[in-house]
Ligand binder design. Sequence first.
Ligand SMILES: [Fe+2]
Length: 435
Amino acid sequence: MACCHYFEPTREGADAFTVEMPRVTYGRGVLDEVGERALGLGIHRAALFTDVNLLDSEHLFRARQSLTAAGIDAVVYHDVRIEPTDVSVLEAAAFFRDGHFDGLISVGGGSVMDTAKGALVYARAPADFQIYFAPPAGAGRPVPGPLKPHIACPTTSGTGSEATGLSVIRFESINTKFVLASRHLLPDEAVIDPACIDTLPTMIVASTGFDLLSHAIECYTARAYTRWPKVDKPGARPMIQGANPWSDLHAREALRIVAECLERGVADAGDREARDRLSWAAALAGFAFGNSGTHLPHALSYAVSRAARGYRPPDYPGSGTFVPHGLSVIVNAPSVFRYTAPAAPERHLEAAQCLGADTGDAGPPEAGEVVASRIIDLMRATGAPNGLAGVGLTAADADALADSAVQQQRAIGNAPAETGRDEIRGIFEDAVSYW
Ligand SMILES: [Fe+2]
């Protein structure tokens, strides 16, 4: 049991948290339920979002077949950009609006599901793009109301987007990603079919696995919800509300599964049990961070993916520099947790224990090192890049990286320790190389 005093009430702090969830269906073969589930949501003409790499996939075929069998007219939209931008989301919104659809089915990874959420927002309530984003990037205006129904069907095992009201979108003009957050972005249903993971290439399992690993530790070590300000009305309570007993529950179990299954799932595509469980762990971590928010490893990751040089992992189609989201997160993570551990040492030790670290006689002073070492071992075992140097960056980049990362104020504020630009630069300097 986690230590209760982490949520000790504070004089000015929140005294409640809210849990937001889609209806969840998990199991091999459940993609075949999509049609009937869509009908249940009143969908008769659906936009079926996917990406170009999945156009000939069995997953898309099965979802489509199920929709047709239910008598639903489904039109495929595959112009989703890997790592969506304001421009690509607005194009998707125009497709959705002009097609007069009454619902949306997304079949794909985080980029597809995040594009779907963004498209539903801007189709329903067109506005200057940044309006619905939190300051300082945006105006912080709430998404004005419920969106058309959305069934999210993940085909990777990491993003957890099927379980959250969050969408990560890059602003092309400044080449930086920001998070759009609203309960209205929550899919109505998450249909999680682990059979989609059977054929996922090794490096995609590794990257998405590190994404889910970091979601879980970040939730567990985030600032407690009782240390965020009290809200004056229920609608003002943010989804990024800090660690809470609900997010704890799912984060711990997600970490236990990663401990047992990440290396197995990466090393052996035939290890069905490991891959099935990773798929479940991704959803668990989504239930957690969708209701707590992440913190520094994610806040710092966007600067890394933007600045990287000459890195592209195997198994990702295309050419040119590209750091998949999970890898851009994990290259920062050991350095971040060394920095944040003194602010919440018990939490870091518990997380390390769930992640399979030998915590032995480790006490609070060793907490950061224990969790960092365990993550580094997993990185080495799965072919992840060795820190920032592994994606073409050096200590000389730390200043520019810090200038970019410091814009992610909401996520930075969710860290257990007060963190300014100088601390962020120091974290980057210590993330250059781990072995
Ligand atoms: Fe993530």
